[in-house]
Every structure is written in C-alpha cells, then in structure tokens.
Design a protein around this ligand. Structure first.
Ligand code: SF4
Length: 378
C-alpha cells in the first residue's frame, strides 16, 4: 500500500523496499506493482551503491557518476545525524539475534548478532547532540547481548561503559534503553541506575508468557525463575526503575490455566505498563507447525482480559504519579492531545501545544483518564 501511495504521489519516484519483508520474500516483494529495487537486510550496507547502480541510466539520482568514496561500507551505513526538531533520537547499537524463539522471524531476516563499535556509536551521538538531541534511546534487536559477539561474557561490562561515555558527551542529558532481555542481563547497568547517572530508570523486559510450559514451547532463553530473579535484582538495587513488558495471548498450546498463570505473573511483577499482542503464525517459524492452535475467538477474549489488566496496571502507576512533575519529550497522540514517556516508562497524556512536538516539556500528573495518567503543562 505504501509503495502504491509513493508511486501515485510521485510517478517519477524510484521506490526501494528494504527490511525484513525484502529479506524474507524478495521475489514476492519485487513483484509488487511500483517496486523498482529490493534490498534485503544483509545487503543494507550496500544500499546506496545498489540504488545508484539500479537507477535507470546507471549514474545515480544526480545524473552524475557516483564517486567511488560515496558509499560507506559499514553495516551501520554511517548512522544518522539529525532528528529535526526532536530532542530524543534512537541510536542503533546492535543488530541481529542468536536466539531462536519459536514465534520469531528475526534470526532469519536479521542474521546473527553484531555489536556496533563504540567509536561509531559515540560519533553518531556527537552528531545528534550537535543537532539538538538531548535524549538517546539505545536500540538493538537483542540489546542485552551487546558485546557478546566480541567474546565478552554476560557478566562483563559491555553496554554500561558505552552508556557512561554517551552521558559524558556535551548536550546529552539522558540515555534510555529500548527493549532489553533477561538473557545476557548486564549487572554493570545496576550502579548506573542506582547512582542516577542519567540512565533512565526504565527497563522494558519482555516476558511474553507467565507460564513455564508456554515459555519452553516459545523457546525463550530464560525460565520464570530467571526472569523473577532479574526483576528482584533490579528492584533491590534501584527500586525506582519502572519495569514494562510484552505479553503474547494465545500461543499454540496455551491452555486456560497457562493463560491464568500469565495474568498472575503480570500482577506479581507489578509492571508499570505492558503491551499485549495476539499470537499469529509467522510463516516458516517452528510456531507455525505447533499444535494445538488457540481458536481466534479465544485469543480475542484473552486479549480483552490482558487489556483490562493493562488498564489496571496503568491506573495504579498513574495513581503513584499523581501530583508529581516530570520532564518528557512530547509525542503525538490522538487529536488535540499529546503524550510523553516518564523516565520510569509511564506514558502520560496532556492537551496539545503547537510547536512542541519532539521537544522536552515539564508536565504534572493531575488525574487518571481512561486508565492512563492525565497531565497538565507546568
Ligand atoms: S530473543 Fe527476541 S529477536 Fe531473538 S529470537 Fe527471541 S523474540 Fe526474536
């Protein structure tokens, strides 16, 4: 649909499709009307070269032959320099995954884990800071495994020294971790939370299921005990860290009892918030062939129960935040409203103010609306 829209808007456009779909189903993607070039994830470092070579006259979009130095060979394609008008930017530090969860396509379409070299990360962060970015969100497919491909052990500092370096850069006030995993958890992060170094007190720790049998069928690289021990370790060291999570409803073989265990674990772990997802088969994954499938109506019903519980979690978190002030980067929300994420991972909604999108604002939580924290500008 996006391809069609791009071509309709600009019939002369040269449409390149890249990413997981391009990697997994290149022929099918190339056959979509309007697609000029398909570049899989494994060839992304060659993206610019391929665009220039494939452009009709072989000379590139400018009409001039490209210079031989025009194409960076780094798999990180030189990174990015600006998120115009935005004070928060995502900085990719890791790619790929060596685990093999039975519902996930990522290892197939993104390949093995690769950690981005520290000097490259720092260079990109400096560029972003020069362009007004104040908060960096470190992202990766398997962020907790950062540095393991260099032979560093799970117990050794790997990402923590990078976070410290970034926090030492002029202009950078906060660093946030995107989705992080129990597997390969890095203890060296604990003192950074404890000392309020500028590492956001927020940990997104996907659980996916609160039932041991389902976790095993999912081939998740941890047990419930391992997950519980990690949560306890974080809470003991830095109680203010807000933990959020992801949960899947209706994985094959998930019985009513197993789903009940998930609801119990959500209550036990006291998530600030969590994202529920309905299970659906990803073609070619082991999960696709796993019996028995949970009927769609049951998945819908379980999703509704998860959504109700999410509302309870949010309302409890909002209650705790009542009367407190937060600095948040302003994001889009429904019409006439904007939203922001607290350092601890609580999403709050407030009336829209023009010109503030992407900028840092100070807001105060004044109530609870539709189960979420409702805030006012300070
Ligand atoms: S750890 Fe995450 S990325 Fe890796 S296979 Fe499992 S779900 Fe996919």
């Amino acid at each position: 649909m996006l391809v069609r829209r791009a071509k309709k808007k600009n019939p002369d456009s040269f449409v390149v499709v890249t990413g997981c779909l391009a990697q997994d189903r290149p022929e099918e993607t190339a056959a979509l009307p309007g697609v000029d070039l398909v570049v899989g994830n494994t060839e992304k470092s060659q993206l610019l070269r391929k665009i220039f070579q494939s452009y009709p006259d072989g000379q590139g979009l400018s009409g001039r032959p490209p210079s031989p130095t025009a194409f960076p060979l780094s798999p990180w394609i030189g990174g990015i320099s600006r998120f115009d008008g935005h004070q928060r930017a995502t900085l990719k530090v890791q790619e790929g995954c060596n685990f093999g969860c039975s519902f996930c396509l990522i290892p197939r379409v993104r390949g093995e884990m690769v950690s981005r070299p520290v000097p490259e990360i720092v260079e990109e962060a400096k560029r972003l800071a020069r362009n007004g970015v104040r908060e960096l969100v470190l992202a990766g497919i398997q962020l907790s495994s950062y540095g393991r491909d260099w032979g560093l052990k799970a117990g050794e500092p790997r990402l923590a020294p990078v976070v410290e370096k970034l926090l030492g850069l002029s202009g950078i006030q906060r660093v946030r971790l995107s989705s992080y995993a129990v597997a390969d958890f890095e203890d060296a992060l604990l003192p950074l939370w404890k000392s309020k170094s500028g590492l956001c007190a927020h940990l997104h720790l996907p659980l996916q299921s609160g039932d041991e049998g389902v976790l095993r069928a999912m081939r998740r690289p941890y047990s419930l005990d391992h997950y519980r021990a990690t949560v306890e370790k974080v809470r003991e060291s830095a109680p203010e860290v807000g933990i959020t999570s992801d949960l899947i409803a209706g994985f094959p073989g998930e019985t009513a009892e197993a789903f009940g265990n998930t609801l119990e674990r959500i209550r036990e772990f006291g998530f600030v918030d969590f994202h529920p997802f309905p299970y659906s088969d990803r073609p070619g994954t082991p999960g696709e062939k796993m019996p028995p499938k949970v009927p769609p109506a049951v998945i819908r019903e379980r999703m509704n129960r998860l959504l109700d519980l999410k509302g309870e979690c949010l309302a409890r978190s909002a209650q705790r935040a009542l009367g407190k002030e937060y600095s948040v980067v302003v994001e889009r929300n429904e019409k006439s409203l904007q939203a922001g994420l607290s350092e601890e991972g609580l999403r709050m909604v407030f009336p829209e103010r023009e010109g503030w999108l992407g900028r840092e604002a100070r807001v105060k939580v004044t109530g609870i609306r539709r189960g979420a924290a409702w805030a006012q500008w300070v």
